[in-house]
Design a protein around this ligand. Structure first.
Ligand code: GLU
Length: 308
């Protein structure tokens, strides 16, 4: 394992918020913004903002700007310039090439259907890659993706909210894609390269990304970098028990009119018990209260339904 918390203790805290611009800001995204902001700011750290516009078909034009404007109106202040993943393809390409020189990646020609048919079983993230092209492409076929070879090893780390986590990469995920021939770089690659380049020391995000974390920690190891500390926040669930998301229509959407109430609810959801008299306060006052009173220890580990 490459996680070395003792080194993190001496590194100045740098946190980040990394939304995907796939629609308007909603309560679930606000939780990640608020949690990452307060954790960075309560220890005097920097808080950076990155727009994860990696996957063009999923990007909704204008949503990144709308999100940034709303965050600003709600009193969030980020350090430095906003980073856009769509501007960083050359850097991702360079890292894939470096991993190739180090012998860590291979070229894969399997189709999705073939993987599905030959996978030993399906993991949380879909079929586990069975290793078909690991030792050379299978047959005379064209390359479809570059995959990272993973070890038959448990990658363990201590999440600061959820405690000890562990995953066997080979058995539970398989060699995973870094770059698809159609041009798309994988989220797992981009997030690690961006966080390393920005000097991020703490990653605070929703627990839906928990099972991606061992892949990311392994990538840090391959790139000889120290992985950050991880804080996976509880998810806000809709009535049907599913993660509250853009698919729930206008439920949970944050806008200027309900922004400070939503911040109050977000503080409450994160176990911070904001005083009731602050419910109608300005966003700036709520953020100030959050910065002065934030406690990691009271963030609940359980996902929870919300009625907004
Ligand atoms: N872009 C991801 C999302 O909006 C977050 C990625 C991360 O925080 O690592 O869900």
């Amino acid at each position: 394992m490459n996680n070395q918390p003792e080194q993190n203790l001496v590194r100045p805290v740098v946190g980040r918020f990394a939304p995907s611009p796939t629609g308007p800001l909603h309560f679930g995204t606000l939780l990640a913004a608020l949690g990452s902001y307060l954790l960075a700011k309560c220890s005097g750290g920097d808080w950076l903002l990155r727009i994860e516009d990696l996957d063009p078909p999923r990007v909704i034009p204008g949503s990144a700007d709308a999100m940034l404007t709303l965050l600003e109106q709600l009193g969030f202040e980020w350090d430095g310039a906003v980073v856009y993943q769509s501007h960083r393809h050359a850097r991702y390409q360079q890292i894939v090439e470096q991993l190739g020189v180090d012998g860590r990646v291979f070229s894969c020609s399997c189709t999705r259907r073939e993987i599905l048919a030959s996978a030993p079983h399906s993991g949380e993230e879909g079929p586990v890659y069975p290793g078909t092209c690991r030792d050379g492409a299978y047959g005379e076929r064209s390359e479809r993706a570059i995959r990272l070879r993973v070890p038959d090893e448990n990658i363990a780390y201590c999440d600061r909210i959820l405690g000890l986590q562990s995953q066997n990469l080979e058995k539970e995920v398989g060699d995973f894609v870094l770059h698809r021939v159609d041009g798309l770089f994988a989220y797992q690659l981009a997030v690690v390269v961006d966080d390393i380049d920005a000097g991020i020391t703490q990653v605070v995000r929703g627990a839906d990304l928990l099972s991606s974390t061992p892949r990311q920690i392994y990538l840090y190891r391959c790139l000889n970098a120290v992985s950050p500390e991880y804080f996976h926040l509880p998810l806000a669930l809709a009535d049907n028990g599913k993660k509250l998301s853009k698919r729930n229509g206008t439920i949970g959407l944050v806008h200027l009119g309900n922004g400070s109430n939503m911040l109050w609810w977000a503080l409450e959801f994160l176990g911070q018990s904001p005083p009731e008299e602050l419910f109608h306060s300005s966003p700036e006052e709520l953020l100030r209260w959050g910065r002065n009173n934030f406690q990691v220890a009271t963030i609940p580990a359980e996902n929870c339904q919300v009625k907004l």
